[in-house]
Design a protein around this ligand. Structure first.
Ligand code: ADP
Ligand code: TRP
Length: 321
């Protein structure tokens, strides 16, 4: 089974990225042939400063390795080291109906957020489809917001097969972890860097992490009153880190009353801090060993490119080149 996923280097990853995509990817590296990459071509749709892009790629590579991506098990590279995907994206764009892209909500959302509507942004899902099919991927672990892009990929791959020959491209399956489908941010909306409501995996300091967690939005139920745990963002986030028993304990304590929200935020803070502590340590080691990180990406690129060439050759020949 080929497992593939990508993540854009568009700033420090947050715990929505972690539980939505990174952690599933890391867990899946034990279950098949895992291929993970840093989507720097995609990041060009929003990052226009070359120094920033370079820095973001390097930092994201360190973050992902620190979180447990194991290069002995998974192939890890940066997208632009396999330029064949852009060729495949062009070929796929010639079987992609305009209407399919016009319906994509992420394009409409980005425009609404003020991102300039470039052709790259519009064609983004076609490049993503190429990323996936170029490795004959079976399973793609992503957060829920990528579901539509996976549907586009499946549609485009099927259209290609319909036109040029059944079984030319593998039709992939998304893998979305239901409990972490949408991790809420500090304000209760989807955690996203566009909303400025994130908790980063690696906040600069413990103090900063605590301060952010203390900002989680709550209602104004007085300390002594019973509180409803359903719909509380504190409980929702706690659930990602704590055992089932610990979650039940917090829920009972909510209902019993007698504690303010600050108390529960402190509990959540301690869990988040402890969960990422070993990864933070590993991150510091990796930061001081940039040649190791570069070697991992170079080695990954070599392997990924060999596979990409194989599928690109198959496709070129199928379309008449
Ligand atoms: P952002 O919304 O912060 O820009 P991205 O769109 O770069 O995040 O998402 C990268 C990956 O993380 C994708 O697989 C996406 O589905 C996942 N992801 C992002 N935010 C969340 C969230 N709040 N909950 C679950 N998964 C998320
Ligand atoms: N669009 C994805 C995101 O924003 C990143 C991505 C690019 C991706 N290519 C991919 C994810 C291929 C999975 C498979 O998160």
């Amino acid at each position: 089974m080929r497992i593939l996923s990508g993540i854009q280097p568009s700033g420090s990853p947050h715990i929505g990225n972690y539980f939505g995509m990174m952690e599933s990817a890391i867990r899946l590296q034990d279950e098949g042939d895992a291929f993970y990459f840093i989507a720097d071509y995609h990041a060009l749709t929003s990052t226009h400063d070359p120094a920033v892009l370079r820095e973001n790629v390097k930092n994201l590579a360190i973050d992902f390795l620190a979180c447990g991506l194991n290069p002995e098990k998974a192939t890890f590279w940066k997208q632009s080291d396999v330029p064949e995907v852009t060729e495949l994206a062009w070929i796929l764009s010639c079987v992609t109906p305009m209407g399919l892209l016009e319906r994509c909500v992420s394009y409409k959302d980005k425009i609404a957020q003020g991102v300039s509507p470039s052709h790259g942004l519009f064609a983004y899902p076609v490049l993503q489809a190429a990323d996936i099919v170029i490795f004959d991927s079976d399973v793609v672990p992503v957060g829920k917001d990528q579901k539509q892009h996976l549907e586009v990929t499946r549609d485009v791959a099927q259209k290609f097969n319909d036109r040029y020959g059944e079984d030319l491209l593998v039709i992939p399956q998304p893998r979305i972890r239901e409990e972490a489908a949408t991790v809420p941010g500090l304000d209760g909306r989807k955690m996203s860097k566009s909303y400025d409501n994130t908790i980063l995996i690696f906040e600069e300091t413990e103090k900063k992490l605590r301060k952010k967690i203390m900002k989680i939005v709550t209602d104004s139920t007085p300390v002594e009153d019973s509180k409803d745990p359903t719909g509380s963002y504190i409980v929702e986030l706690y659930r990602l880190f704590a055992s089932a028993d610990e979650v039940s304990e917090m829920e009972e304590s909510f209902r019993a009353g007698g504690q303010g929200y600050g108390h529960y935020k402190q509990q959540l803070f301690e869990k988040v801090r402890d969960h990422f502590a070993p990864m933070r340590e590993r991150r510091e080691e990796l930061e001081n060993d940039s040649s190791y990180v570069e070697d991992v990406l170079a080695e990954g690129a070599k392997k990924a490119r060999a596979k990409a060439r194989e599928v690109t050759d198959r496709v070129r020949s199928a379309v008449g080149m």
